[in-house]
Write a protein that binds this ligand. Structure first.
Ligand code: FES
Length: 376
């Protein structure tokens, strides 16, 4: 079927769904325009695995030339790909920032760096089971985080915590290779020297002295050649210029403390950009709700705890719900809330979506029993 026909079909189906289940009339707005977000899956082969630190590995993914996707799409430093794995049915997805230079995509290579998460189904599987030669399906690169030459200043300060360093390694390569004309200073906070990811790469990048500097600070150890303690005002001050762009990627606590410091420098909010890769909601009282999921040809009645997202509940119950970014940004999981209340954390929902009862299940926590319509 031609792409245009496919889009028309999707639009028509969406309108039917909305008309059936929403009290409001749909309009030709954002929803229709973004219905072109059809996931493109690339088939890749793991061609290298590098141990970066204890429980952290970089996977080199090369396009599977024998497949229907012998080439990989280009990407911008800061974007992520979503891996699709079948560990126990149904398939699961996880998004990881690309850690390689964007120019490597021209050679049909992506790199992702994965840190083990306690009880993390996908990270543990990737670190323990996947080996060189294994095949891996990934989505096309997506995401808005990173340096934007039209929006951003020439003096860029990046703040990274733990595995939040990955997009900045990609950005550092992009600058060194002349893709962007800006200066980058990265403050990278980890607990101990052994936790530093990309040790060798950081050393090589710093040696080049070409407008990119990565300063590592160890919070629980003192070591020659490294800063000591949490990232603070004194560390950053020498690098602040008249106009700055701040990029942050790391845990929520880091964002909180950095915002206080940035206030001291009077850096406007519009100059600060965050990568969002966690979703958390801590309810006052834990409880479990009923979740009815209406799909095209079946209805499932499952349960959902109020501290887990609707997406996680569906995956746990074996429902192959759509997902990509898993942090409320891409809109790929968008579904219709037919009944009930949810707490949606940080979703970038457009007006037309909200008016037509759409929610993003990847960042929606139940606040009552729920009836949800999935377009699958
Ligand atoms: S998976 Fe991207 S918004 Fe839910």
């Amino acid at each position: 079927m031609e792409t245009i026909e496919k889009l028309e079909k999707i639009k028509k189906e969406r309108k039917e769904i909305i008309e059936s289940f929403s009290k409001n009339k749909p309009q030709d707005t954002y929803i229709d325009k973004t219905s072109s977000k059809i996931t493109e899956i690339y088939h890749t082969i793991i061609t290298d695995i590098k141990e970066e630190a204890p429980d952290v590995k970089t996977f080199t993914l090369t396009a599977d030339k024998s497949s229907t996707t012998p080439n990989l799409a280009p990407f911008k430093a800061g974007q992520y790909i979503t891996i699709h794995l079948t560990i126990d049915a149904p398939p699961v997805t996880r998004a990881y920032s690309l850690s390689s230079s964007p120019t490597l995509a021209n050679k049909d290579i992506y790199k992702i760096t994965i840190k083990r998460v306690e009880n993390g189904l996908v990270s543990n599987y990737m670190l323990d089971e996947m080996k060189v030669g294994d095949k891996l399906d990934v989505s096309k690169p997506a995401g808005e985080f990173g340096y934007n030459p039209i929006r951003d200043e020439e003096n860029v300060i990046a703040i990274a915590g733990g595995s939040g360093i990955t997009p900045f390694i990609s950005l550092a390569h992009a600058i060194l290779e002349g893709i962007y004309k800006c200066n980058l200073t990265v403050f990278y906070s980890v607990r101990k020297y052994e936790d530093v990811i990309f040790k060798q790469e950081i050393e090589e990048i710093n040696k080049k002295k070409k407008g990119v500097k990565i300063l590592v600070t160890l919070t629980r150890e003192e070591k020659e050649g490294f800063l000591h303690g949490h990232i603070n005002q004194e560390m950053i001050e020498p690098f602040i210029k008249e106009f700055n762009t701040i990029l942050m990627c790391g845990p929520k606590e880091l964002y909180r403390s950095m915002n206080e410091i940035l206030n001291e420098f009077n850096i406007p909010r519009k100059s600060v950009h965050y990568e969002n890769f966690f979703v958390e909601y801590i309810p006052e009282e834990k409880t479990t709700y009923q979740l009815k999921v209406i799909m095209k040809d079946k209805v499932s009645d499952i349960t959902c705890k109020n501290d887990e997202t609707l997406l996680v509940a569906m995956e746990r119950a074996g429902i192959k719900a759509p997902s990509l970014c898993r942090v409320g940004e891409c809109g790929y999981c968008r579904s219709v809330l037919l009944e009930g209340k949810v707490k949606m954390i940080g979703a970038s929902l457009k007006k037309a979506e909200a008016e037509n009862d759409y929610i993003h299940p990847c960042v929606s926590f139940p606040d009552s029993d729920i009836v949800l319509r999935l377009d699958i």
